[in-house]
Design a protein around this ligand. Structure first.
Ligand SMILES: [Mg+2]
Length: 230
């Protein structure tokens, strides 16, 4: 039985643009500054805490919510995502618009970043019109990938079952959770490699475009697909 039209769920950072080219550095620096000031600790301690929360909870904000609930979520997100500065170092992935136009089915962005940041980057890259919806963490009750609840909230909002979705992400942990829910998975990026929970590995947008139709048309999501070369 052929699947219904696929719903592609795209991560944003290091999937649709090179966050490691400068944006992540700036966000992390601003998060550290905010935490040092808000918690009354020095920047070395704040930097350590930021990384600790990121590793433990998948997002620095998740750790702040859990351990420092007095901190304003909105103030933290606004301070740590200074859009005018971030947009000066935005580097889109080469070939993204061509790849998106070639993928059959609908697309949505599903990011752990705040929605105002997601929308600003997508508009700056002139990619918004390719997508049915854009999801930031505030659109899913401040849940974060790889928490299954985040994925399920996105599916509910899009009115699609997980089995209809194809998750494209540079994070293996995020894909592991997606596969556990029944999604098909694409590990995106130059360092990605085949793993039991990845259906396809795509080193760049040209590779994603090359495997798109085979992935979208595949009628048995749980059956292993031949891996593409990383
Ligand atoms: Mg990412």
């Amino acid at each position: 039985m052929p699947l219904a039209e696929p719903m592609w769920l795209f991560d944003l950072d290091n999937t649709l643009h090179h966050a490691d080219a400068g944006i992540f550095y700036r966000i992390n620096r601003r998060m550290t500054e905010f935490m040092a000031q808000a918690l009354g600790i020095d920047e070395a301690a704040a930097s350590h805490l930021r990384e600790d929360y990121w590793h433990r909870y998948g997002a620095t904000l998740a750790g702040l919510q859990r351990h420092h609930p007095h901190i304003s979520i909105d103030a933290f997100l606004q301070y740590s995502h200074p859009l005018p500065e971030l947009l000066t170092v935005l580097q889109p992935m080469v070939g993204t618009a061509v790849a998106l136009a070639a993928l059959p089915g609908r697309k949505a962005v599903f990011s752990n970043g705040p929605s105002f940041y997601v929308r600003a980057l997508m508009e700056a890259m002139e990619l918004t019109h390719h997508f049915t919806a854009l999801f930031g963490t505030d659109n899913v009750g401040y849940c974060y990938k790889p928490d299954p609840q985040a994925y399920l909230q996105v599916c509910t909002a899009l009115d699609v079952p997980p089995q209809q979705c194809i998750m494209v992400d540079d994070s293996a942990a995020n894909l592991h959770a997606a596969k556990a829910l029944g999604m098909r998975t694409v590990w995106y990026g130059s360092t990605a490699a085949p793993l039991p929970f990845t259906d396809v590995v795509a080193a760049d947008m040209a590779a994603l475009r090359g495997c798109a139709r085979r992935l979208a048309a595949h009628s048995q999501p749980d059956q292993s697909l031949p891996q593409s070369a990383p």
